[in-house]
Design a binder for this molecule. Structure first.
Ligand code: GDP
Ligand code: ZN
Length: 335
């Protein structure tokens, strides 16, 4: 099968690589890859390892390198370490799935929108479980108000093919979509609906869980009959975007707009006099909770930036210490 079906295009070819393959799933040192001559399992021999969606170079010994990523989905790694975790690569459209029942949360959507923008991926919001919601249009209106027409919003019920078929309109053959969202919002059900009866084109890497059962790898890339590619991701408990503080402004254009009215150009919209943003919020020109959410996210990314600077400084110090130690060990030729 031609690799263009799997998303290979001139952008990658221009990088001068031959014999590429695409990672369709990845687990503990092994990847399932789609090559020009079909799919196969390959050991990972490069560090950092590839993620699902990556284009890689490989030979008979395994995967030897990862090609430059066109786009990525990444977040701050969960836990105390300050590190980026890339969840998927070379994604064109991020399907941000939320359910119109208990999961519905505009603040979480904002986080995913930052993740999409930061990774260079087009976002699309999927409001699922419309069948369980007495007034799905009310949810749709709230989200529309949030994104102000800048991001498409689709209302679905994963139990109804006609509603999930809407997603085809946003995709072209060879393009890749990734689904993200909390666990339970219906991501797997959507994948199964879109796959329909077609045979699964790729086998997942098998791994054993703690009870010795075989489970499929969490992230897997599927080729749909419609010609585009779909990637499932496991439910994320927390979404902390990874990027500079300015990343927030791209998703809060309304706030950036009112900020031009602030007296101070570097106004932080907290307690400065003549703040255009706080004035707008006070007059109800911003949706409720929007400014608090902006300040919180900005604070988070500022903290992240300080942590990154700090670890860079420590790394630099370690390097110089090692150099000084080595110099002390050198014989002094002057004597
Ligand atoms: P995931 O964790 O995001 O992959 O969620 P699942 O696909 O496993 O779905 C969680 C549960 O919600 C399952 O019992 C599904 O059958 C159900 N579900 C998913 N989508 C819908 C929907 O649109 N409507 C209804 N009524 N149930 C849904
Ligand atoms: Zn201000």
């Amino acid at each position: 099968m031609s690799l263009s079906a799997w998303g290979w295009n001139d952008d990658f070819a221009r990088l001068g690589h031959t014999s590429p393959a695409r990672v369709t799933s990845e687990a503990r040192g092994f990847c399932r890859i789609q090559t020009e001559s079909g799919d196969r399992t390959a050991a990972t021999r490069c560090d950092p390892p590839p993620v699902t969606g990556d284009w890689v170079v490989w030979d008979n010994t395994g995967i030897t390198g990862v090609l430059e990523r066109r786009t990525k989905i990444s977040r701050r790694k969960a836990g105390r370490e300050t590190a980026e975790q890339v969840l998927a690569a070379n994604v064109d459209v991020l399907f941000i799935v939320t359910a119109l029942d208990g999961d519905f949360n505009l603040r979480r959507l904002e986080r995913y929108l930052i993740v999409a923008r930061q990774g260079g991926v087009e976002p699309l919001i999927v409001l699922n479980k419309a069948d369980l919601c007495p007034d799905p249009l009310a949810g749709l209106r709230q989200v529309d108000e949030l994104v102000r027409g800048l991001v498409p919003v689709v209302l679905t019920s994963a139990l109804d093919d006609a509603s999930t078929a809407q997603l085809h309109r946003y995709m072209e053959p060879g393009q890749t979509a990734a689904l993200v969202g909390s666990s339970g919002v219906g991501k797997s059900t959507l994948v199964n609906r879109l796959l329909g009866q077609q045979a699964q084109p790729t086998a997942a890497v098998r791994e054993s869980d703690s009870r010795g059962r075989h489970t499929t790898s969490a992230r897997q890339l599927f080729l749909l009959d419609a010609g585009w590619l779909l990637m499932d991701t496991p439910g994320l408990r927390e979404v902390e975007p990874w990027g500079p503080p300015e990343a927030v402004d791209g998703v809060f254009e309304d706030i950036a707009g009112f900020a031009t009215l602030c007296r101070f150009r570097d106004c932080r919209h907290q307690d400065e006099p003549d703040c255009g943003v706080r004035a707008a919020a006070g007059q109800g020109e911003l949706p409720p909770g929007r400014l608090d959410s902006y300040l919180k996210l900005r604070g988070e990314l500022e903290r992240l930036e300080r942590m990154r600077d700090l670890s860079a400084t420590l790394e630099e110090k370690r390097k110089w210490k090692a150099i000084h130690r080595a110099m002390r060990r050198m014989p002094d030729k002057r004597r």
